[in-house]
Design a protein around this ligand. Structure first.
Ligand code: PGA
Length: 254
């Protein structure tokens, strides 16, 4: 069965003091209020990774993710961050292919495939994001777009390597907009993603792949989303910046 995960993507928000406080609140509240077996992932900006790692390292449930990495191992790439660096400060995951990276930094599937490779080489599990824009959805291209992002970005991997991935389905029109896909619409896409993985890698790998939903997940929408058969948790933006909201989303698994 796929691991249940709630991952908080802080994007370019918070400072050291507020980050530290948020982590400490989430750890305490989760430990007090949630007994299930979901993993919780924090994805802060680069400067806070070491600090957050220090705060979570004695708590088995919590894991650290970066929001991006460079596709090369090392070298003269001023301002960039390598996979080995992320691993050395305690990251076990890295978000790859978030729609904001695709849109604002022109990252395409070929580049993202390289980032996935370098992440895996360095022992990081990619959280690979896919999802259609509103225009693509309205044009009836949802499944086609997601299939292409999945196959061009990740289907070059062996089955063993693919098993390290978490997939995050994030319809672009739902991210930060307050509009969420309905649980039924999200489930339909999740089921089709799982089918694509089964067609490529077989049933066992497809059933064990965590497929997260992302896009305006809130405490009141999470329970119904997480109850869907093929939704294994969420990638949470805005609501991960408030400890009460984030912990209530974690508790939505119960
Ligand atoms: P949101 O962001 O929850 O603020 O919509 C989700 C994401 O971008 O991962």
């Amino acid at each position: 069965m796929a691991q249940k995960i709630v991952a908080g993507n802080w994007k370019m928000n918070l400072d050291a003091t507020s980050a530290q406080q948020l982590i400490s609140e989430v750890i305490h509240m989760t430990n007090d209020e949630y007994q299930g077996d979901a993993q919780v992932i924090f994805s802060p900006s680069f400067p806070f990774l070491g600090m957050v790692n220090h705060q979570i390292k004695d708590h088995e449930r919590f894991h650290l993710s970066a929001q991006n990495l460079h596709q090369e191992e090392k070298g003269a790439y001023t301002g960039e961050v390598a996979g080995a660096m992320l691993k050395s400060v305690g990251c076990s995951y890295v978000i790859i292919g978030h729609s904001e990276r695709r849109q604002y930094f022109h990252e395409d599937n070929a580049l993202l495939a390289k980032k996935i490779d370098v992440a895996l080489t360095n022992g990081l599990k990619p959280i690979y994001c896919i999802g259609e824009t509103l225009e693509e959805r309205n044009a009836g291209k949802t499944l086609q777009v997601n299939e292409r992002q999945l196959s061009e970005g990740a289907f070059h991997l062996s089955g063993d390597a693919f098993s390290q991935l978490v997939i995050a389905y994030e319809p672009v029109w739902c991210i930060g907009t307050g509009v969420s896909a309905t649980p039924e619409d999200a489930q339909e896409v999740h089921a089709s993603i799982r089918q694509l993985i089964e067609d490529k890698y077989g049933k066992e790998i497809s059933l064990n792949t965590t497929i997260l939903y992302g896009g305006s997940v809130k405490p009141h929408t999470a329970p119904e989303l997480f109850a869907q058969k093929d939704i294994d948790g969420g990638l949470i933006g805005g609501a991960s910046l408030k400890s009460r909201d984030f912990v209530d989303i974690i508790k939505a698994f119960a």
